[in-house]
Design a protein around this ligand. Structure first.
Ligand SMILES: [Zn+2]
Length: 269
């Protein structure tokens, strides 16, 4: 959405409710008109915020221009995880595949060696906020949002000596304050084009992979997670990764890291 249109929408969302008493004082017709404007502007902002990867407030990358027509991008959220990360790294190595790990700052501080190992094995590292406040992320204000993004970046810089260039919002929820906070840290906002809902409890790894493959195309971004267990303690995400890597090999697709900076990235329209 153009910046001027977004600014107008935000002004409308704030001003219309404030103007309601005066509007109804003026006349019923004006009151109803302002009520409709307030309702419509809030509905637009809310639907934009809650819809994953929405581009309403700024560009969201959901694909890349592959250097070869067999390339896809694997992304793994919510780590590092002391059980899953080493196993995922071994599976990726066996398949000669690369992935971007969007890590949480608090978990990175708890497992700094795993963060360094991700980079040492040639994978990418992204910012996935400091504490992953997924229940409230959609409505966080600018100060808390900036802190979530800054603190994760500071942690990753302390651990690795480098700062990430990529940011993924928890559950892909993007409110009007996400892009300014990410841009202030030099981060591009990254979404996905295919997901298998492997972040939910008791997800079936085969079903996860089936859902990902239904939407994944060369140049696409697959969203995976780490650290989830089913009711009998199986590592859902590790199993799903093994199945997905097998399926990619059968299709002749390769998991690569898109080149940085983000010129090769495709934004959702
Ligand atoms: Zn997450």
């Amino acid at each position: 959405m153009p910046r001027r249109a977004l600014t107008t929408l935000l002004i409308l969302a704030v001003a219309a409710p404030l103007a309601l008493p005066f509007a109804y004082h003026h006349s019923l017709a004006v009151g109803l008109l302002v009520t409709a404007a307030a309702f419509a502007s809030h509905l637009a902002l809310l639907s934009g915020t809650l819809r994953p990867n929405n581009p309403l407030f700024g560009p969201v990358t959901t694909g890349f221009t592959p250097a070869h027509p067999d390339e896809i991008w694997l992304t793994i959220d919510d780590g590092p995880d002391p059980h899953d990360t080493p196993r995922l790294l071994d599976l990726l190595a066996d398949a000669d595949a690369k992935a971007t790990f969007f890590v949480r700052g608090d978990r990175a501080r708890a497992h700094p060696g795993l963060v360094r190992e991700i980079l040492r094995r040639g994978h990418g590292l992204g910012n996935h906020t400091d504490t992953h406040p997924q229940a409230t992320f959609w409505c966080l204000g600018p100060r808390r949002l900036a802190r979530e993004i800054n603190d994760c970046n500071t942690t990753l810089r302390t651990i690795t000596g480098t700062v990430p260039r990529l940011f993924r919002a928890p559950v892909g929820m993007i409110n009007p304050f996400v892009h300014p906070a990410a841009a202030a840290c030099g981060l591009a906002v990254i979404g996905w084009s295919a997901r298998g809902f492997d972040g939910v409890s008791n997800a079936d790894p085969a079903g996860v992979v089936r859902r990902i493959l239904a939407d994944l195309r060369p140049g696409g971004v697959a969203l995976l997670h780490e650290g989830r267990r089913n009711s009998v303690g199986d590592a859902i995400n590790v199993q799903a990764m093994q199945l997905l890597l097998d399926a990619l090999r059968e299709r002749g697709w390769r998991a690569v890291l898109p080149p940085l900076p983000t010129s090769a990235f495709r934004l959702i329209p």
